[in-house]
Design a protein around this ligand. Structure first.
Ligand code: AMX
Length: 472
């Protein structure tokens, strides 16, 4: 994996490039300056293919871990069973996108003119290629996505005819599934394209899909919360987030900055989370990127995963209704215990991998401290941050008592007037496309096969480990 070893390390120490990597870098210099993302990728794919082939040849039978009975019953926690190139999640440190932590990502990725936050186009380039893009490269992606943003009429009709009681995530996922009428991958497969070309069609579908997601999301938003008013036309001179917030009906430049940050940090969280793993799994059957991503979105819509951002706001609204805006720590403690005693989780807290405060939470908190320090809901969220971790620790069974990304996102959106909490997971979904579709392109480029782990029955497992037969 040398080609994609920490991009940060490579940038910081270019003089250390030696041997084949140096030759490779020199050879790709002109390609890596190209503003054509597909061309840049086309230069990287053969090198990565041969690197993985060589690595597997030499180390294919090396063991990377052991599987216990508890892991099998326990949601496969800790089993190393997937390869994902785009990001790695460390339990203590949090996410690194191609080697970059969130603060580093905020520093190195290009921002909009007059803005400070990274442009999500940049994180997509980074996740896909392993390279930090220039502003010209990011601008080229903005332009491509603006050019591809239109929806076919049947999608608009479909969205306009959904009942208003259908959850925004169901509408989002259904529209993405129906967008597969546009799949170049499915068409090429049907036409008998050679498998070495799969990644190219997967890339085209991914670019088209990402470009259209804000249009789909904004149409849902306007239909549900703005009486179906028009989303307006895409401006090809604007970045992806500017067009998105304009289509949603917001004109505050600070909200657009928030959206750039939001869409960047929610993009990827390595390969094992439900939305990433599902997209990868469904894609392994060579279902096209639209079908694969829609499946991932159905997973994101679960309250233990992406829907937690909605759940947090529902929970905070209950706190406000019951105790008021200025809840004391003691009142909050009582409310939290009531939640736990009624057999519910505290939404926005805990994580299957992380064992510290999620850096995605921290960077949203920093945004709030900078732009909305006196917001009442932010103050409540800050108090909740003080009170929840000791209580979850006292419970004794929660492995991570600290907040995750979803504990903070809603409060920021509310501040800028987006109060419709059932829409929040759609925003998460628009962002998640960047990571999981970048991974899907690499899945096809590396020729990964259909995914099919082995399952066992309890009876078979008992026999296998030499336990007594079932009493029943
Ligand atoms: N509140 C109350 N109980 C919690 C808890 C929380 N926030 N987090 C974990 N627990 C409980 C679990 O329900 C489990 O209880 P059980 O043994 O009675 O079933 C026990 O603690 C052990 O769980 P764990 O090993 O610490 O967590 P996990 O890996 O099984 O689950 C997660 C991880 C995120 C689903 C869980 O922490 C949770 O439900 N959190 C609240 C929902 C949430 O915020 N989800 C968003 C996660 C981030 C994301 O994907 N967007």
């Amino acid at each position: 994996m040398a080609l994609f070893r920490s991009a940060a390390a490579r940038l910081m120490a270019p003089q250390q490039k030696v041997g084949p990597l140096a030759v490779l870098s020199a050879r790709f210099c002109s390609a890596s300056e190209s503003t054509d993302l597909r061309e840049v990728l086309a230069h990287k794919v053969p090198a990565m293919q041969s690197e993985v082939k060589g690595f597997r040849k030499e180390h294919g039978s090396t063991k990377v871990g052991e599987i216990t009975v508890d892991m099998m019953y326990g949601g496969m926690r800790g089993i190393k069973g997937l390869v994902t190139e785009t990001s790695v999640l460390d339990p203590e440190e949090g996410i690194r996108f191609r080697g970059y932590s969130i603060p580093e990502t905020q520093k190195v990725l290009p921002s909009a003119e007059g803005g400070e936050e990274p442009l999500p186009e940049g994180i997509f380039w980074l996740l896909l290629t392993g390279d930090v893009p220039s502003k010209a490269q990011v601008d080229a992606v903005s332009k491509e996505w603006a050019d591809r943003a239109d929806l076919p009429p049947h999608i608009v009709n479909m969205l306009n005819n959904f009942p208003s009681n259908l959850h925004p995530m169901s509408q989002f996922s259904a529209a993405i599934t129906a967008l597969n009428s546009e799949s170049q991958f499915a068409k090429a497969y049907g036409d008998g394209v050679h498998k070495s070309k799969y990644w190219e069609y997967c890339f085209e579908d991914s670019m088209n899909l990402i470009a259209k997601l804000p249009t789909v999301a904004a149409t849902i938003y306007r239909n549900l919360y703005r009486d179906g008013t028009s989303i307006g036309a895409i401006d090809p001179s604007k970045d992806w987030s500017s067009n998105f917030t304009a289509m949603l009906g917001y004109d505050d430049p600070q909200f657009t900055e928030l959206m750039r940050l939001y869409l960047t940090i929610h993009s990827d969280h390595e390969g094992g989370n439900v939305s990433a793993h599902t997209t990868h799994l469904v894609g392994s059957a060579l279902s096209d990127p639209y079908l694969s991503f829609a499946a991932g979105m159905n997973g994101l819509a679960g309250p233990l995963h992406g829907l937690a951002n909605q759940e947090v706001l529902v929970w905070l609204s209950k706190v406000r209704a019951e105790i008021g805006d200025d809840a004391t720590e003691d009142q909050l403690k009582e409310f939290i215990w009531k939640t736990l005693k009624s057999g519910q989780v505290v939404p926005g807290y805990g994580h299957a991998v992380l064992r510290k405060t999620d850096p995605r939470y921290t960077c949203q908190r920093e945004f709030a401290l900078k732009h909305l320090p006196d917001d009442k809901l932010f103050k409540l969220v800050a108090t909740v941050y003080k009170v929840v971790p000791p209580i979850l620790t006292d419970l004794g069974k929660v492995k991570n008592p600290w907040p995750n990304v979803d504990a903070h996102s809603g409060v920021l959106l509310q501040h800028y007037g987006m109060t419709e909490m059932s829409f929040y997971t759609v925003l998460f979904g628009v962002s998640r496309a960047l990571g999981v579709l970048a991974s899907l392109v690499w899945d096809r480029a590396l020729g990964l096969p259909i995914e099919r782990p082995k399952s066992m029955s309890s009876e078979g497992l008992k026999k296998f480990v030499g336990a007594a037969a079932t009493a029943a």
